[in-house]
Design a protein around this ligand. Structure first.
Ligand SMILES: Cc1ncc(COP(=O)(O)O)c(C=O)c1O
Length: 376
């Protein structure tokens, strides 16, 4: 073999069958081959396991998928290039022209865009309510055949809690799929409820370090099986290197989440006693209007502390600029604390009435509590 050929066909290093890496390697390869055409065709016809093309599946991304499925208490998972990629691909795979979707004023802004603008272009209609409007949800599901309901709990940014047992019971009774964006609550929460599809942004708590993006769709085997062809064709899969970084981050997920929750609780209590603060939105505080519901359905209350400053927009601006450790930045769930100003959170696609329902006010500030020493 000439050297030019050798550098393109380096020596293969196969591990003996009884010799395993303690940390799984990154399979940073697009292609896999079998020993023969027969075995290749057998694989392509579904007759044997293996890997062929990383857009469809790859050992590194598969390891992450199986880990996440187990954490969330479901059988299967598909990982995507970002959290909103997971939401988009799930919505596209689950709906068709003529379907109706129920979403909420409190739904993450880009998810609202997907339902109200993108799906609408393909003939999918929607109704948007407040997540607190249980009677309205019951009425809409009774009045109109509905394909799915997509929701969050706690909601972003004001941490409203969805009544998950009630919502899933209403949906199940009408044959409506429930899709829960569980990013805020995390993989270890809400798995015991009758949710059909979980979506997550892995950009947040999964890696924890804020240096990699990813998303996941987690569900029963038959639901994921039904979506897999669409996922493959949409092509928004996660890169193996990103999957490796997220898998590495997950090792400390439980420790980080709990420590950050404990700090969030103390900061929520501190803010609640401050004279400049009108109201603190944190489900762990007994003053939260849905504290009892949060206690009943969550093990930990999350790391997002949102509060309303009495001084409105101007006070919000002064507050976020005066902070020294909190980065004025998007995202959440990473080990460094972050802050979002009221000027950055208004739902511009919402009517004044819907903005009121969303409870994001002029003085609303969102904190994502990191892993710093609580005294700092
Ligand atoms: C609740 C929720 N879902 C989805 C996303 C989207 O995740 P990503 O930024 O990884 O696309 C976010 C991002 O902030 C989020 O807060």
């Amino acid at each position: 073999m000439k050297k030019l050929t050798r550098v393109n066909h380096p020596p293969r290093i196969d591990l003996p069958p009884d010799n395993h890496p303690v940390v799984a390697p990154i399979y940073e390869t697009v292609k896999f081959e079998f020993d023969s055409l027969d075995e290749t065709t057998r694989f392509l016809q579904g007759g044997r396991p293996g890997f062929f093309y990383s857009r469809a599946s790859n050992p590194t991304t598969r390891q992450l998928e199986l880990t996440l499925a187990e954490l969330q208490g479901r059988d299967d998972c598909f990982v995507t290039a970002s959290g909103i990629g997971a939401v988009a691909q799930a919505l596209i795979a689950l709906t068709k022209q003529g379907d109706h979707v129920l979403c909420f004023v409190e739904t993450y802004n880009p998810t609202r865009y997907l339902v109200r603008r993108l799906l609408a272009r393909f003939g999918v209609t929607y109704t948007m309510l407040s997540i607190e409007d249980t009677a309205g949800i019951e009425r809409v599901l009774a009045a109109q055949p509905t394909k799915l309901v997509i929701f969050e709990s706690p909601t972003n940014p004001v941490t409203k809690i969805a009544d998950i047992p009630k919502l899933t019971q209403l949906a199940r009774a009408r044959g409506v799929l429930t899709v829960l964006d569980n990013t805020f609550a995390g993989f270890h929460q809400h798995g015991e409820f009758d949710i059909d599809v979980f979506v997550h942004s892995l950009t947040k708590y999964a890696s924890g370090t804020g240096d990699v993006m990813g998303g996941a769709v987690i569900a029963r085997t038959e639901i994921i099986r039904g979506m897999r062809a669409d996922f493959g064709a949409l092509g928004g899969t996660l890169d193996p290197h990103a999957a490796f970084l997220i898998q590495r981050g997950l090792k400390t997920y439980f420790l980080r989440y709990s420590a950050q929750c404990a700090s969030a609780m103390r900061i929520a209590e501190l803010l609640a006693s401050h004279p400049a603060v009108a109201r603190v939105h944190f489900p762990g505080l007994p003053s939260h209007p849905q504290h009892a519901l949060a206690r009943a359905q969550m093990k930990e209350f999350g790391t997002i502390v949102t509060f309303d400053l009495k001084g409105g927009l101007e006070a919000g601006a002064r507050f976020v600029e005066a902070l020294e450790l909190f980065a004025l930045a998007a995202s959440l769930g990473s080990t460094e604390s972050l802050v979002v100003a009221p000027q950055m959170m208004k739902g511009r696609d919402l009517t004044p009435e819907q903005q009121k329902q969303s409870a994001v006010g002029d003085g609303t500030v969102r904190l994502s509590i990191g892993l710093e020493d609580i005294e700092d």
